[in-house]
Design a protein around this ligand. Structure first.
Ligand code: MN
Length: 292
């Protein structure tokens, strides 16, 4: 099979704060390199690279806000996040865990550092992805998938190279637990020093990887350091990764959703009429109620 070649290795853009709890590098869509549709079905990637938070009694985070038309996927690498939404779901995203929230027709939620983590302070590192929904699912019922690290599929690589945690899709016949509304693959690849992996993904899938930890040689041609995002061309199927030191790599790959996009603030729809409707419904209390 042909190699899926590198389009660009993108260093982390300057960070900004989301609320007072998340210091994120927005790799897309808010930069010059990756347009709104280039990584479809993934619409947004906010990456909170490693940061030390000082102890604080009142947890930092983001207060009550709405979402409609897509899914938010939060992956915690260090630290813990508490979450509440207007459908009554709440939970803690602990280190190594994932929360896959389908906002769909609409929820209100809030995202804060978990109380005990906030009191202790410490190292914090996480990813938030916005995954678009095909038009026919945008107004479906909201749902919530709490995926612990133990729930993930696990594929052991040969020769003690490392292992793959499969969140969605499958690798080597091992399936991930997340149910999705369009075809996609989401993995954490953990490679020990010198370990390697080959990953086959359809050529037309939009594909990128984020180096969470370590440093990785890609396709035996280029080196991506920690906190960099690597965008691949849609020209082949196979990616090879070799770790230059112990590394963790988030792999994102999915079939593009070829539909019109209308995005504004916390809403992601197909038309601007639907965006206006979302604001109207929000003002009229149709997203439910959640205490601040
Ligand atoms: Mn949110």
């Amino acid at each position: 099979m042909a190699t899926k070649t590198i389009q660009q290795i993108i260093p982390p853009p300057p960070p900004h704060m989301v609320g007072d709890g998340f210091r994120v590098h927005n790799f897309f869509p808010g930069n010059d390199f990756i347009s709104e549709k280039r990584m479809s079905p993934f619409f947004m990637l906010d990456y909170n690279s490693k940061v030390e938070f000082s102890p604080r009694e009142i947890p930092r985070g983001v207060g009550v806000h709405p979402h409609r038309g897509f899914e938010t996927v939060s992956i915690a690498y260090h630290g813990r996040i508490a979450h509440h939404d207007s459908t009554g779901n709440s939970g803690v995203i602990a280190e190594g865990d994932v929360q896959w929230m389908t906002a769909a027709s609409g929820v209100l939620h809030k995202e804060y550092h978990e109380a005990e983590f906030s009191r202790q302070g410490g190292l914090f590192q996480m990813v938030q992805l916005w995954v678009n929904l095909p038009s026919k699912y945008k107004m479906s019922e909201p749902k919530y998938q709490a995926i612990t690290n133990a729930d993930m599929g696990r594929f052991e690589l040969p020769a003690e190279s490392g292992y793959v945690e499969i969140i969605a899709g499958d690798y080597g016949g091992v399936k991930g637990p997340a149910t999705t509304f369009s075809p996609m693959e989401v993995y954490n690849v953990i490679l020990f020093d010198g370990g390697g992996i080959s990953i086959d993904l359809p050529a037309h899938y939009n594909t990128g990887i984020l180096i969470i930890e370590g440093q990785v040689k890609i396709n035996n041609t280029a080196i991506a350091p920690q906190d960099n995002f690597v965008l691949f061309r849609n020209d082949g199927e196979t990616i090879t990764l070799v770790a230059e030191e112990k590394s963790i790599i988030l792999v994102l790959s999915g079939e593009p959703i070829n539909e019109p996009l209308a995005s504004y603030g916390p809403f992601l729809m197909n038309t601007y009429e639907e965006i206006e409707q979302a604001y109207t419904d929000y003002r009229q209390g149709k997203f439910g109620y959640l205490e601040d």
